[in-house]
Design a protein around this ligand. Structure first.
Ligand code: SAH
Length: 394
C-alpha cells in the first residue's frame, strides 16, 4: 500500500482522536491531491512507520478519513465486518430494548470509518452516504447488514455528496419496502417515520435523551415547541402529561405529521390540548409578546440556517436575539430549552451567548445535553455537533 508521511503535528492530533485528514496535514500533498474517491492509502509518521490507513472522501473541510487504527487488517470487506460488529456491540442495550426501536447503528468517524452513517428503524436500515469515496464500498456494507442476525428487512440509501445530473439522492430500497408510515418507538413513545421519501425521516434520532428529559419534566406545564417539524418534542411532553402543547413550524407538512404523531400515542390534537400552528416562528413570537402570553416550558430547536419569504435566520447571527425573546415569553419559574446542531459553533461559545441572552432574566443553566451514546464522536471539532442547554428562569 502506498504510504504518505504526515506532518508531526497531524500525527499528534490523530493520536488524540482526530479522524479527519486535510491535505495540509500531509508532507507532500501534491502527490495525492488528484487521488480518486475511495482510494485507500497508508499514513506514516515522521520516521516512516505506518500508523494507519485512510480513505479518500472529499467533503466539506476534509480530504480523507483515518480508518479505525486499532483494526490491523487491510481495508477489505472483513475490515467492514469488524467495524460493524464493534458498532453493534456498543449498542447491545438499545438492540435489546423493547421501548426503543430506532437509533443510530453506525456513526461515521466515531465508529471508525468516516463518510457514512447507518440508522436503525425497527428492522430497516437507512445508510446516509456523505462522500462518494465511502459510497464506492456500499456492497460491503450492504452485505454485512444483510448477513446480520438481527434481521434487516430492507435497506434505504441517501446520497449526501455532490451528485451528477443523472444521479438521484435516494436509491431504491433493497429488500422489502417499509410501511408508510413505519411506526417506531422511543422510550415507549411512538413516532411515524417515512423511509425513502426524503433526507429526513420524521425524527432526529440524536435528540433521544432530550425528548426523554422533556417527557419527564412536562407534567402540568404549558409547553411551546418552536421549529417543531413533526412535533416530536410536543408529543414527548404530552405523553409526560403536559397541560397543553403548542407546536410551531412553517412547513405545511408539519401539520398532518404532527397530528399523526399525537394520534399514534392516543393523544388529541385540538387547539385546547395540543395546538399545531403552521406559521413563521418569528411571527408567532411577535404575536405571543403582543398578547403577553407566557409558557412554562419553551423548547427551541432551529435549523442552522433557514430561509423564509420574509427572513433569513442563521444560528450564528440570530440565535442571540431569538433567545432573548424566548426568555421574555418564559413564565417566571419556567424552563427554556435551547438547542443547536450547528457544528461550527462550539459548546463553550453557545453557552456564553445563551447565558448572556438570559442575563436580564437572571436565567440559570441547569442542564446540558450533547449527543447520546449511539452517536460516538471523534475529537474533530465538528464531530460533537449537538448542543442543548436548559435554563431555569426565576
Ligand atoms: N425540532 C425539530 C426539528 C427541527 S427541523 C425536532 O425535534 O424534530 C427544522 C424545522 O424548522 C423544519 O421543520 C422547518 O420547516 C422549520 N423552520 C425553518 N424556518 C422556520 C421559521 N422561520 N418558522 C417556523 N419554522 C421554521
Amino acid at each position: 500500500m502506498k504510504k504518505f508521511k504526515l506532518k508531526a503535528q497531524a500525527v499528534k492530533a490523530l493520536e488524540l482522536g482526530k479522524r479527519l485528514i486535510s491535505l495540509k496535514d500531509l508532507e507532500a500533498p501534491e502527490a495525492i491531491e488528484q487521488a480518486p474517491e475511495g482510494w485507500v492509502f497508508g499514513l506514516a509518521d515522521q520516521s516512516g512507520q505506518q500508523i494507519g490507513q485512510a480513505i479518500v472522501g472529499r467533503q466539506n473541510k476534509g480530504f480523507a478519513w483515518l480508518l479505525d487504527p486499532d483494526i490491523l487488517l487491510e481495508w477489505s470487506s472483513d475490515f467492514v465486518t469488524v467495524l460493524f460488529e464493534e458498532a453493534v456491540m456498543k449498542r447491545e442495550n438499545l438492540l435489546a430494548s423493547e421501548d426503543t426501536t430506532a437509533f443510530r447503528l453506525f456513526n461515521g468517524e466515531g465508529d471508525g470509518c468516516g463518510g457514512l452513517t447507518i440508522d436503525y428503524y425497527d428492522h430497516y436500515a437507512v445508510i446516509n452516504w456523505y462522500s462518494r469515496g465511502a459510497y464506492q464500498y456500499r456492497q460491503w456494507w450492504i452485505q454485512v447488514l444483510e448477513a446480520w442476525d438481527h434481521g434487516i428487512k430492507g435497506i434505504y440509501q441517501v446520497k449526501r455528496f455532490e451528485l451528477d445530473d443523472q444521479e438521484s439522492a435516494l436509491d431504491p430500497v433493497l429488500g422489502q419496502a417499509a410501511d408508510q408510515p413505519l411506526v417506531i418507538r422511543e422510550n415507549g413513545v411512538s413516532y411515524a417515520v417515512y423511509l425513502g421519501q426524503s433526507w429526513m425521516t420524521g425524527i432526529f434520532l440524536d435528540q433521544r435523551s432530550v425528548r426523554q428529559f422533556v417527557k419527564e419534566q412536562a407534567q402540568g406545564l404549558k409547553v411551546l415547541n418552536l421549529f417543531s417539524y413533526t412535533g416530536a418534542f410536543s408529543v414527548a411532553a404530552a405523553v409526560g402529561q403536559a397541560e397543553k402543547t403548542v407546536s410551531v413550524d412553517i412547513a405545511n407538512r408539519s401539520l398532518e405529521w404532527t397530528r399523526e404523531n399525537f394520534c399514534l400515542n392516543q393523544l388529541e390534537a385540538s387547539n385546547d390540548t395540543n395546538e399545531i400552528r403552521v406559521m413563521d416562528v418569528f411571527d408567532y413570537i411577535a404575536y405571543a409578546k403582543k398578547h403577553k402570553y407566557l409558557y412554562d416550558f419553551v423548547i427551541c430547536d432551529p435549523p442552522s440556517f433557514a430561509r423564509s419569504k420574509k427572513r433569513h435566520f442563521s444560528v450564528d447571527k440570530d440565535y442571540f436575539a431569538l433567545a432573548q425573546d424566548l426568555f421574555e415569553i418564559t413564565r417566571p419559574g419556567g424552563i427554556c430549552l435551547l438547542s443547536t446542531n450547528n457544528a461550527s459553533l462550539m459548546l463553550e461559545t453557545f453557552r456564553q451567548q445563551m447565558t448572556l441572552a438570559g442575563a436580564n432574566k437572571k436565567a440559570q443553566l441547569i442542564q446540558q445535553f450533547e449527543l447520546p451514546e449511539d452517536f460516538p464522536t471523534s475529537s474533530d471539532p465538528e464531530s460533537a455537533y449537538l448542543k442543548v442547554l436548559v435554563f431555569y428562569v426565576p
